[in-house]
Design a protein around this ligand. Structure first.
Ligand code: MN
Length: 205
């Protein structure tokens, strides 16, 4: 079961995150979805999730994506998440796994630029196009050696390819609000009973 590790870490009687027990959506000809969730937990990071084979492949990107092709952003692969997780925006109770505030920072569809995604993941180089509200154009995830010999959390680099969407502008500070509710992190924490002071540090000044 690909979601075992995800479920093991959470108490679904306490957190309002989805358990992933719902029926999997059969995505025959529908575009594949992606989401980036800005997550103020013990450390601020951006969770990058690509829909594939009924789950969301997930990477934690500490600094978030960069639109500058000369910048490589560390992306630590974490356990697959349920498809429904992509709709989650709110507070995770303190003391629970990932306790803090989650914002749907960007959402849209993704298109593999290679014929065989599973083979590309195995090889450690996945090229894809994003069609989101904030991110667009061509990107690549490249697995790296050196970091994390621990095979359960392999390190990758998230890099923007050169195209008309590439820019030196910092998209994480220029567009800090939720892609769905337009709220800042601190507003989500306030609305959902989370820790506003802790969360505020994740919003740009
Ligand atoms: Mn996270």
């Amino acid at each position: 079961m690909p979601l075992n590790e995800y479920r093991k870490k959470r108490d679904f009687r306490v957190t309002s995150e989805p358990s992933g027990d719902g029926l999997r959506r059969k995505a025959k000809s529908k575009p594949l979805r992606y989401v980036i969730q800005k997550h103020r937990a013990s450390q601020l990071h951006y969770d990058f999730r690509l829909e594939l084979n009924g789950v969301r492949l997930s990477w934690a990107v500490p600094k978030g994506p960069s639109l500058d092709p000369s910048v490589k952003r560390l992306a630590v692969q974490v356990e697959d998440h349920p498809v429904e997780y992509s709709d989650f925006e709110g507070a995770i109770p303190a003391g629970e796994y990932g306790g803090g505030t989650v914002m749907i920072w960007d959402t849209g569809s993704w298109v593999p630029e290679i014929p065989d995604v599973d083979a590309a993941l195995k090889k450690g180089e996945l090229k894809f196009t994003l069609r989101g509200k904030k991110l667009n154009g061509s990107w690549v995830l490249v697995r790296t050696r050196g970091y994390g010999r621990n095979a359960s959390k392999p390190s990758w680099l998230l890099i923007k390819h050169r195209d008309e969407y590439a820019t030196k502008d910092d998209v994480t500070t220029a567009q800090p609000r939720s892609a769905v509710s337009k709220r800042m992190l601190a507003e989500i924490a306030r609305d959902d009973g989370g820790d506003v002071d802790l969360t505020e540090a994740g919003d740009p000044k």
